[in-house]
Design a binder for this molecule. Sequence first.
Ligand SMILES: Cc1cn([C@H]2C[C@H](O)[C@@H](COP(=O)(O)OP(=O)(O)OP(=O)(O)O)O2)c(=O)[nH]c1=O
Length: 209
Amino acid sequence: MNAASRADPVLRLASASPRRRELLASIGVTVEVVPTDIDESRLEEESPERFVSRLARQKAEAGHVGSALPTLGADTVVVCDDAIFGKPADQAHAREMLMMLSGREHRVLSAVAVLGPRGLVESRVSTRVVMRRIDEAEASAYWATGEPLDKAGGYAIQGLASIFVDQLVGSYSAVVGLPLAETAALLRGQGVPLWGGALADGGPGDLPS
Ligand SMILES: Cc1cn([C@H]2C[C@H](O)[C@@H](COP(=O)(O)OP(=O)(O)OP(=O)(O)O)O2)c(=O)[nH]c1=O
């Protein structure tokens, strides 16, 4: 087939994350990718919840400039005790985070915001993840794979780190980067068709006016 057979984008994705693009593709949403470059530092006394929500909204707003399409922004962090784990700065940082996560439970917070005809709407999901004990040799071998580098908390549940995961309660897709049930509801409320156009009405995700 030719270019005409390719689906036209129905959403602008304000994210450089290939995971988010793939997750959206998995529910039949074709995107145009416009990564943003916002300041991702945490404000003083800002809770992890407020932090991820603010970043998701700011990414959507920054990415929406000049767009005729609704725009989605998202943010994902790992929360362990009261600490927020973002992407590892280096091997020592990645190892430190993994050792903190070893043999215990943590939370993954994922926020998604969509800016469209109904304004800026947002959802946030907290998922509980329990990891088995991870030893130093595994942490070194894991770093050497390159996988931890661009992942919050320095691990990818969808990848090699799946062998560390004992339990998950919540949204698997949210841990990977986008809570899909919540995202679908926001998108439908903004008139974005899902499933390649097969699900095109406002549906249960429609927002009250
Ligand atoms: C915990 C976890 C995170 N991640 C990823 C999802 C996100 O891409 C990344 C968290 O960083 P984010 O800052 O949320 O996203 P990003 O920098 O990749 O992309 P952008 O800011 O442009 O939207 O970690 C996984 O892929 N698997 C996991 O198990």
